[in-house]
Ligand binder design. Structure first.
Ligand SMILES: Nc1ncnc2c1ncn2[C@@H]1O[C@H](COP(=O)(O)OP(=O)(O)O)[C@@H](O)[C@H]1O
Ligand SMILES: [Mg+2]
Length: 392
């Protein structure tokens, strides 16, 4: 089962591209599902059909769904959420606010992925295309299983220990809501089964993120950061989609000439920066690209010779290798800059921070005993060296 997630800044054409990709694949006979994971659902508008929280067939071989995050949160993590609502309300927080708060940051992203994982496991589809919320939410989505697992695996045993001792006693003397066994069951299920499954799905070679951008400065800069951060988490990007490209005829039109020249520059810049990822170009349409027919044409221009569901590029992964008397870790971080990077080793963990994103890597035993000697950027990789600091 092939999974492709489209991300990018708001308004660049994610929904349009996701729909066009799904339509082309369905036309080629792949059993396809297109999932809207952006709570500002616009997939229905783009497909010009009514779509809701249940899957509907929109064309032969093609189904579509808009994930309802609230429903999914309750389904997957209902007891935990209920408990949190009770807890917040007990603290005097208004019911509606309590419900909002109990949708923990990131919970939306996790349940969206859980829904996708269920479709993936159903065996009904060859290809699932996800139209994600704008970049930051996507990055939370793909990096969260890693982070949530770490947080929960520390919190849960602690929580359990405290409550096994304190709950029976506390129930007698305070009215504070206390977590029942079903809360632990939900949290445990989420931690031990679901988050691990998501982690595996996201780093599976059949899963790719495609970054959509337009030839504008801010859009390109955001896309570059996204690629660096996705790579750090070993989530593979297999292509960049450059949307709203003026046709070559525009180079002869006085009004468009300058615009076209700037666009050519940015095309080159994007191709250079994102190499070796293929950059697929999607033409600017004279009208909005909606409806099955127009989307199919848009998809044909975009993919040309490529299959829409092909793995268009394979991303490198974290590697540990011998280096002199010690070892080195090679971490894919294309486009990273040293001034935004922080690298630290604590016991058997290597922590790499870039901006607001942090990856914690468990080190093999042989390296855990060594010291961190230094870190440098070498092309698309961060190289971290380990050895004995005293040279012994
Ligand atoms: N290549 C294109 N040519 C013309 N209009 C486009 C093109 N791609 C997207 N649009 C229009 O731009 C708007 C935003 O596109 P959309 O796919 O909804 O972006 P996103 O999902 O990234 O927010 C929509 O009105 C869409 O029809
Ligand atoms: Mg959209």
């Amino acid at each position: 089962m092939r999974l492709v997630l489209y991300t990018g800044k708001g308004g660049v054409g994610k929904t349009t591209t996701a729909a066009a990709t799904a339509i082309r694949a369905a036309e080629a006979g792949r059993r396809t599902l297109v999932v809207s994971a952006d709570s500002a659902h616009s997939l229905g508008d783009v497909l010009e059909q009514r779509i809701g929280p249940e899957r509907v067939e929109v064309a032969p071989n093609l189904e579509a769904i808009e994930v309802d995050v609230r429903v999914e949160v309750i389904r997957h993590w209902g007891h935990v959420q209920q408990f949190l609502v009770e807890l917040f309300r007990y603290q005097g927080i208004d019911a509606i606010v309590a419900e909002e708060l109990a949708l923990l940051p990131g919970a939306e992203e996790v349940v969206t992925l859980l829904a996708v994982e269920e479709f993936a496991l159903s065996g009904v589809y060859d290809f699932i295309v996800v139209d994600c919320a704008p970049t930051d939410a996507t990055l939370r989505l793909v990096t969260l299983p890693d982070i949530a697992e770490r947080t929960l695996s520390v919190l849960l045993p602690l929580f359990e220990t405290i409550s096994s001792v304190a709950v029976p006693l506390a129930r007698k003397i305070v009215s504070l809501p206390l977590p029942g066994s079903e809360v632990f069951r939900d949290a445990d299920e989420l931690l031990n089964r679901q988050l691990r499954a998501l982690q595996q799905r996201l780093t599976n070679p059949q899963t790719s993120v495609r970054i959509v951008l337009t030839p504008e400065r801010m859009v390109i800069d955001e896309a570059r950061r996204a690629w660096t951060e996705l790579s750090l988490f070993e989530v593979s990007c297999d292509a960049v989609v450059m949307n709203r490209i003026l046709p070559d005829e525009a180079s002869d039109e006085p009004f468009f000439e300058e615009w076209w020249r700037l666009q050519e520059e940015r095309k080159r810049e994007v191709e250079e920066f994102f190499a070796p990822l293929p950059v697929l170009f999607s033409p600017l349409q004279d009208d909005e690209a909606t409806g099955l027919e127009r989307l199919s044409r848009q998809g044909a221009c975009l993919f040309g010779e490529h299959e829409p569901d092909a793995v268009l590029s394979v991303a490198p992964r974290v590697r540990f290798e011998r280096e002199g008397d010690g070892y080195r870790a090679s971490v894919p971080m294309p486009g990273a800059s040293l001034d935004r990077l922080d690298v630290a080793k604590i016991d058997d963990e290597l922590t790499i921070t870039t901006g607001v994103r942090r990856r914690v890597l468990k080190l093999p035993r042989s390296i855990a005993l060594l010291d961190l000697l230094g870190a440098r950027l070498d092309g698309p990789s961060l190289i971290v060296s380990f050895g004995s600091a005293d040279g012994a």
